[in-house]
Design a protein around this ligand. Structure first.
Ligand SMILES: Cc1ncc(COP(=O)(O)O)c(C=O)c1O
Length: 461
């Protein structure tokens, strides 16, 4: 057979195989729909890693037999499973009460004149230090209103490197920093740089929902280690290792955690670092709440491991509306991130970066804010303890994640409390499979916290 004929033949065979794959893929999705209906009926979770594990091993064997890198087969498996998950998610009951519905409902009630106590948002009420506001206005008046480097202005990168090196007794170079429009963007940029379609990332739940959403929006699998209040919200290290395969690129750590306030123990953190090193995995450490650590405060910046650290000015300096954050990572990662950043938003607004520079100069204000939050935490703990709820005292952040003793679900509780008593909270279902939990944010002045708990008490007792 001459080469042209052989090429034609192979092309026909490839087209044939592709048609078979797509036909089988469609059949697989039809089956997934039926599985969704059965799982809803049986009240089973969408994902079952034990069943997946068996399939993973079989796919690995098929690849080895055909002399193909197992990673390729496992990535394809992740894509197939992701497609089934989206079908199952669309078919199963979604939470009815979400942060968006609470937002809409509070606005509706406020428009009717109701005085709502906002204990649902993770936004400090104190706002930025006055010096930061003054510096922003000055920057605008001085004409600092231009495009800047996609990495951020050099003086802010230098200040970040110096300030964080000093704070965590380490050595960070300015080229290992990149300024971002907020912590959420830092997360998206970091994950977009490391994850490719079909990869997987390990996350611990309950968690800030952005983690799962971001991983899945990149066409990747978010494999969840569920932590429990009974186990003091510590992840089981053996479970982490169980979920790792050749496609796993990231372990996401958030300590202190939103919503539990858990600061991971050094022992658990060391184990995570060891597992990550063994499997060549990058730890992405979201340190949005690190300053708000009421017991031991630490950063992954102190550890010698493959890591990307995400930071934000939103929480510690009360600068949510400024949209300013940063990433600390090896130079090649910062370079890769800068490429996406440049394409995506060109650069962070210049006056906002000047504001960040000033914020780093007034760290003493942060200490005052942290002390204020700690006082609020103590007040709230005293107020909540007599209520028919259970919770672990948070080590950090500004939330209490409590479990209702009544048979009422977190969603029903949040909905009714808002309607009847005008107190807004967030249901636990927003953070994973935590239907009987509710998140209480103590980002409001003490009188409001007292009034909010009094209304909860009235509802619960
Ligand atoms: C855990 C966590 N990380 C990061 C952020 C990001 O905040 P921002 O995008 O305002 O910087 C939040 C906000 O709520 C958060 O809860």
């Amino acid at each position: 057979m001459n080469p042209e004929e052989r090429l034609r033949e192979i092309r026909e065979q490839i087209a044939d195989k592709t048609r078979i794959i797509v036909e089988e893929f469609c059949q697989r999705l039809i089956l997934a729909k039926e599985v969704a209906a059965l799982k809803t009926q049986l009240n089973l979770p969408i994902e079952d890693y034990q069943i997946e594990k068996k399939l993973t091993q079989q796919i690995r064997n098929i690849c080895v037999k055909n002399n193909i890198d197992p990673k390729l087969g496992l990535k394809l498996l992740n894509i197939l499973i992701s497609a089934s998950i989206s079908i199952q998610k669309a078919a199963t009951n979604k939470p009815l009460i979400t942060p968006t519905t609470i937002f809409e409902e509070t606005r509706r009630l406020e428009e009717q004149g109701a005085k709502i106590i906002h204990l649902e948002v993770g936004e400090p009420d104190f706002g930025p230090p006055q010096r930061v506001i003054d510096a922003t206005i000055k920057a605008l008046k001085e004409g600092r209103t231009h495009y800047t480097s996609k990495y951020g202005i050099p003086e802010l990168r230098r200040a970040l490197a110096n300030r964080l090196s000093e704070r965590w007794h380490t050595s960070i170079a300015p080229y290992e920093t990149i300024v971002t429009p907020g912590g959420r963007a830092a997360l998206t940029l970091a994950l977009s740089t490391i994850l490719n379609q079909g990869d997987s990332a390990i996350i611990f739940e309950p968690a800030w929902p952005a983690y799962k959403n971001c991983v899945e929006s990149l066409g990747c699998r978010a494999r969840v280690v569920n932590t429990t209040m009974e186990n003091d919200w510590q992840p089981e290290v053996s479970q982490i290792e169980d979920l790792i395969d050749e496609t796993t690129k990231v372990i996401l750590v958030n300590s202190p955690c939103n919503p539990t306030g858990k600061v991971l123990s050094r022992k658990v953190l060391k184990s995570i670092i060891n597992i990550a090193a063994k499997h060549n995995i990058t730890i992405v450490s979201d340190e949005a709440y690190t300053e708000f650590s009421y017991r031991n405060r630490y950063s992954l910046l102190q550890e010698d491991c493959r890591k990307i650290v995400l930071g934000t000015f939103s929480k510690a300096w009360g600068m949510t509306g400024f949209r300013l954050g940063y990433i600390i990572a090896p130079k090649e990662i910062c370079d890769a991130i800068s490429e996406i950043a440049g394409e995506f938003y060109t650069s962070v607004p210049e006056p906002i970066q000047v504001a960040g520079l000033t914020a780093l100069e007034c760290f003493n204000e942060v200490d005052k804010y942290v002390a204020l939050m700690k006082r609020r935490l103590e007040t709230v703990l005293t107020l909540l303890k007599p209520l028919p709820i259970t919770f672990k005292e948070p080590d950090g952040a500004f939330y209490i994640f409590f479990k209702l003793k009544d048979p009422i679900s977190g969603e029903e509780f949040v909905e009714q409390l808002l309607k009847k008593h005008h107190v807004a909270l967030t249901p636990g279902s927003s953070f994973g499979r935590y239907q009987s939990f509710v998140r209480f944010s103590f980002c409001r002045p003490e009188e409001e916290l007292r009034e909010g708990v009094a209304r909860m008490r009235e509802f619960l007792l």
